[in-house]
Write a protein that binds this ligand. Structure first.
Ligand code: GMT
Length: 377
């Protein structure tokens, strides 16, 4: 199959999943064309079957707002027509789904039929999508996609609750390529950050308000009162500078390290003891799944799709949003005793294995076949 993938090329979960999906499809022999404004951060080639087409919006003084959606549409028409794409798979509804719909209509005038699938990832529905100014376009693009998937049951429910859509939305969860993750704790990472045997807590996000990273700091400070520990904060975003200032005021010093963006988070996760995720809302929590794939249990808020990923009492412990006391208590429960930590570690590995690419990829391939079958009939 020749598949076009549209995604955000950044460190966000939707771009990461789209990239890993494209690579996994290429490993199975499909040819995959990535169409986006920058090379996705984790993209790599597989025997010439992964190609990248840049969407470049020219700067013209009349455009106060660069018309990205239109240029993306034109690029989709160009790539679909010239590369003979069988289907287009867009990740994140805004503005990818409406661009794909427009491209589909233009292609049809040229006698080319290309179905498109939209995968909803979370903030396109839960935050951005609920802005009334987006609603009509998102509703329309969901209704007019040839198929729609959501990354969790919770996101599927949210979509049906907040948008007047009647169509079927299939849940296909996010995944990890388990074989790419280290099988045991990494001694070199521990030597770098926890040579004195202290516990290593870690958080990864885009530092947006929805992640409530202040709560991560508050949870850590409570844990730190009970045991030697260090917190690694990975990623970057609008809240980072304020949080760095807060940590300076609190005098947390080397106990809290900001590491910035990291392309391969497992290179740090593999030495960590606990992942902390304090989000207000989270459609899935891919970062938590990646931590679990490294055998790192998770202390998280009980919100959105997180309970579908982190099994309470097995791979981590869940608490209500904002309850930093309870989250700190959970962290101490997991870290306070080696046998308990080991049990959660094994639970995290087992749970992550349920989301292995070998289980999830066939679900996408089956959907592609269904959509192509319908398009041909
Ligand atoms: O977390 C973010 O704000 C980034 C966003 C994205 O589009 O990359 O993440 C969303 O999609 C991820 C991949 O499906 C999910 O794992 C995240 O839970 C989801 N984020 C939210 O719902 C806040």
């Amino acid at each position: 199959m020749r598949i076009g993938i549209v995604c955000y090329p950044t460190f966000g979960g939707s771009g990461v999943v789209a990239t890993e999906l494209g690579i996994a499809l290429a490993e199975k022999g499909h040819t995959v064309h990535f169409i986006t404004y920058d090379r996705p951060v984790r993209l790599r080639d597989v025997e010439g079957r992964v190609l990248y087409h840049e969407v470049r919006v020219s700067d013209y003084p009349l455009f106060d707002y660069p018309p990205y959606e239109l240029v993306l549409t034109s690029k989709l028409v160009d790539v679909a027509g010239h590369e003979g794409l069988d289907l287009i798979h867009v990740h994140y509804a805004i503005p990818h789904a409406s661009a794909a719909w427009m491209a589909q209509r233009i292609l049809r005038t040229r006698g080319i039929r290309v179905p498109f699938i939209t995968t909803l990832h979370g903030t396109d529905i839960t935050l951005v999508g609920r802005d009334p100014s987006f609603e009509p376009v998102i509703t329309f693009s969901i209704e007019h996609s040839d198929a729609v998937t959501a990354v969790s049951e919770s996101l599927r429910r949210d979509t049906c609750a907040h948008f007047p859509v009647k169509r079927d939305i299939r849940v296909i969860p996010n995944f990890v390529c388990i074989d790419q993750y280290p099988s045991g704790p990494d001694a070199a990472i521990r030597q770098r950050y926890a040579a004195d045997g202290r516990k290593l807590l870690v958080h990864i996000s885009n530092f947006r308000p929805v992640k409530r990273v202040d709560d991560v700091v508050q949870v850590f400070r409570r844990v730190r009162e009970r045991m030697p520990a260090r917190l690694l904060l990975i990623g970057d975003g609008p809240e980072r500078q304020r949080l760095e200032n807060l940590c300076r005021q609190l005098g947390t010093g080397p106990d809290i390290l900001f590491l910035g963006k990291i392309t391969r988070p497992e290179e740090v996760l593999a030495g960590c003891d606990l992942f902390v995720l304090t989000s207000e809302s989270e459609s899935f929590g891919l970062a938590a799944l990646e931590a679990m794939a490294c055998g790192v249990p998770v202390v998280s808020t009980d919100t959105g799709g997180t309970p579908e990923v982190v099994e309470h009492g097995v791979s981590g412990l869940l608490s209500p949003v904002g309850d930093v006391e309870r989250m700190a208590g959970h962290a101490v429960t997991i870290l306070g005793d080696p046998a308990t930590q080991q049990r959660y570690r094994q639970g995290a590995l087992r749970q992550a294995a349920r989301f292995d690419v070998r289980t999830v990829l066939p679900q996408y391939e089956a959907l592609y076949a269904e959509v192509l079958g319908k398009a041909a009939s």
